[in-house]
Design a protein around this ligand. Sequence first.
Ligand code: ATP
Ligand code: MG
Length: 667
Amino acid sequence: MAKLNPQQLAAVKTIDRPLLVLAGAGSGKTRVITEKIAYLVQQGTSARNIAAVTFTNKAAREMKERVARLLDDSQSKGLRVSTFHSLGLDILRKEHKTLGYKSAITLFDEQDKLSLLRSLINHGLKDCDIDAVESYNRQIGQWKNAFVTPEQALSNADHETLAAARLYVDFNRSLKAYNAVDFDDLILLPVLLFQQHPEILEKWQNRIRYLLVDEYQDTNITQYQLVRLLAGNLGRFTVVGDDDQSIYAWRGAQPENLSQLQKDYGRLQVIKLEQNYRSAGRILKVANQLIANNPHTFDKKLWSNLGFGEPLRVLSHKNDITEAKQIVSEIIHHKFRHGGSYADYAILYRGNHQSRLFERGLRENNVPYFISGSTSFFAYSEIKDILAYLRLFVNHEDDAAFLRIINTPRREIGPSTLETLGDYANQRHVSLFAACSEFGLQQRLAEKAVQRLQRFCHWVSDTAERIEREDTFAVIDEVIQQINYEQWLQENSKTPASAERKISNVYELIDWLKRIAGNEQGGEKSLAEIISKVLLMDILERNQEQEAGDQVSLMTLHASKGLEFPHVFLIGMEENLLPHQNSIETDNIEEERRLAYVGITRAQKSCTFSYCTHRKRYGEMTECEPSRFLNELPEGDLEWANKKQLDPEVVKERGKASLAHLKNMLA
Ligand code: ATP
Ligand code: MG
């Protein structure tokens, strides 16, 4: 702790009252949290009674690593360092009975949610367009994040929101029947539980005696409720945040929660940190100047004494292919010239789709890389669908797989049928598949519904048998045809190109499974063995994230929050990409500016921007304009490559500005 500055030290030692640390990027907020955990333990608080929460798994892991350097294993035993959502899941798993859930709660992902919603709209009997489903999904998510229950949504609904509110009611009822929750429920349900059961809240308050929250500016209303409940009236908490890094408004984040704290906790102490320990002075200057274009509620200063550093480069490229090529080659050469490791480099972008060309470029050049927080192959909905079919073939009891595919593609088995089925299976403690053939269920359903369910189940068991007896992969190929999966993808994808990509992913999966089957020693493996191996691989792949070795990091700006890298490349600095087209259309430039600010402030030694003059979008070459944010940066601190492509007038002006800057420096 010797190295902490006086403000940091004060923040660490303030434990008798609620504390908010409000400070800019790289000022050591996360450091305060980790040091404070160690301090609390040294002061006699058991690690079991301390919980620290943050937003991404990666950030949680980083925090754990930092704590591990300060405390030994026995001291940190029982410490909770997790995301908000995994804390919520933990609470749900322990208290599922009170909430009326069975123990093995299924977690619905985006895709599961969309297909449930699709089946609920029009009772699953008519197709409904994807945009509408997505907009209902967004609205329901907004309600959940704003702590609005279905009943409240319904009673407050107006003409415009009535349909969504009704759907919200049905949606939640179905989830419950399936013993499932969605991501937002992981926070909402614990809050409801604690409000309705003070004795359970008290138990958790005793368990978590001190709560620390990183990236507090990104909490939404429901998360804030959870913090308030857990921290209790005494306010045994420390939250740290930076309003300039609030980038989750679209998920209901409320930077106002920062000022709300002051209202809710009269005894709140506020500490500001001003020294940045991360970035060279020029990087900081550029970031500060960018964010100065946003209105500010809180006054913050930020300085660094890590040297001023080189100007930030702006690279221009003919198109996105050359952008990727040039940056990959820059990284290779830079590393060669300066030594160091690949892990010193990060490529940051606005949208996941921007990573593809870079991935290819890095792979072609044998540069190890790691895409963080991206959709792994196994997270693609089409892969999950097909794997769910295979899972159900090998294990009819797999309820999650059953639910995933029962209406994918559509089989006209309506949501009310599934709800009855879910309720019945719950009562009887049998799987959904088994329940379908029980007389008791058949009595509760219309004959048509019974027939459809049985047809499906017979088909599943027949196919499973054929898979064992016949050529496994020939049968699987046949299944893809039988369910008309290609057509389903075409009907349910935004563009023909994305449908095609999904179809080729499906075939890639099947080829890959064949290879695994063929490679196995000791002859043919059964499908069950292959599938269990694949599922395990999926988990392993996720774990691999924990052991990032010497690899270039690729990630979205959102995923980069809280992290730092010696050399950062911020790619695709173009209008419609950053700021994103949707944000331009909805006049939400400030949030995009904060995103750019987050990106720049990840850099320690160098930050390079790049943009293309042309880029392939939705299969077509389109012209692009450099991002307006580039124009907001101090000209004298930038070095533009390929100036030729810029308007000569602009170049002249810029020349004057840098001359003036040079004179200033010499003066
Ligand atoms: P962000 O807003 O990006 O999340 P932060 O405020 O959480 O940033 P940290 O990640 O905690 O900042 O710290 C930034 C860097 O500065 C880290 O490498 C950290 O180890 C270092 N640092 C923090 N405090 C000090 C200090 N007092 N002395 C030296 N280095 C420090
Ligand atoms: Mg941090």
